[in-house]
Design a protein around this ligand. Structure first.
Ligand code: SF4
Length: 293
């Protein structure tokens, strides 16, 4: 089968940096005493279970809450993942005396900083995004009383005639951001300040994916099921190509389910991958898909 890979896909600079930092810390900790060599990640370092499992083999322990990290002297180091952590979490870690290695993506940090600035300037901070996503939760912790809007059904959360300061989760689509801005405008406000906090890397991946999915018979989006930017890619591709499948890796590929038992094989398949999907997953998938006859 002919397979075309999206021009922009896979690891973004923020994810590459987080992995580089994790590997560096793990390498350093191999040489020190047993007590000091615990390296924790507060939540998965990135939303890709293959990468998390690989780093776990070299000693990275993923914990879901700070309570799971023991008190020093056995405390060791905690890595702040690319999605960041809320200021109160950082303060709690500092109180526990744990070394902090901050791998938060600079663009994610920027959203947190802007939320704080808007709050101090008297705006009611509004984040367009998923309230369960760690990036959004860290932004919520960076200002007082932040409102999170996932979609139009959340507009009722807005104050009437409020002075609103709006930011967006970095991996949302331009389409969704602008649609929500229109809806907020119609809902009413006394003053509106909008800062575009979308990530250009995520946008580039979305544009390449949409362009490609329109030209192929079937589209595969590779990446973690928890990965917001991968899910957004799959959502966009599904809109333009109903034959879109979101898979984590080649092991999830099932020819019968995907192509149907009696169907003729599609001629051209497109492949894209989220910003947290490593190159080896893409390469393995493409190699195996190409062999299908
Ligand atoms: S997708 Fe963008 S915001 Fe998210 S980690 Fe990558 S570079 Fe940073």
């Amino acid at each position: 089968m002919k397979v075309v890979v999206a021009e922009n896909c896979g690891f973004c600079p923020g994810v590459k940096n987080a992995i580089r930092m994790a590997e560096k810390v793990l390498g350093r900790h191999r040489k020190v005493s047993r007590e000091e060599k615990n390296v924790y990640s507060l939540g998965p370092i990135i939303h890709n279970s293959d990468v998390v499992q690989r780093l776990a083999k070299t000693g990275l322990k993923t914990v879901e809450s700070i309570r799971q990290i023991p008190q020093l002297p056995a405390g060791g180091t905690v890595l702040i993942r690319s999605h960041g952590a809320a200021p109160n979490q950082i303060a709690e870690l500092e109180e526990k005396g744990i070394n902090i290695v901050d791998a938060t993506c600079v663009l994610v940090k920027r959203v947190q900083r802007i939320a704080g600035q808007l709050d101090r300037a008297g705006y009611k901070v509004v984040v367009i995004g998923d309230e369960n996503h760690p990036e959004v939760q860290a932004v919520v912790g960076s200002a007082t009383d932040v409102i999170v809007l996932a979609d139009e059904s959340d507009l009722h959360k807005l104050p009437l005639n409020g002075k609103l300061g709006i930011v967006c989760q970095t991996t949302q689509s331009q389409e969704h951001f602008s649609r929500m801005l229109g809806a907020i405008g119609k809902h009413g406000f006394s003053e509106l300040k909008v800062i575009n906090t979308l990530c250009k890397e995520a946008i580039k991946r979305q544009e390449s994916a949409v362009q490609l999915c329109k030209q192929v018979d079937i589209m595969f989006v590779l990446g973690g099921l928890e990965s917001a930017n991968t899910r957004k890619l799959a959502e966009l591709c599904k809109k333009y190509n109903s034959q879109t499948f979101h898979l984590q890796n080649w092991s999830e590929f099932d020819k019968n389910t995907i192509f149907g038992k009696n169907k003729t094989l599609p001629k051209i398949a497109g492949v894209t991958a989220g910003a947290s999907t490593p190159e080896w997953i893409i390469a393995e998938f493409v190699e195996n898909l190409t062999k299908i006859k």
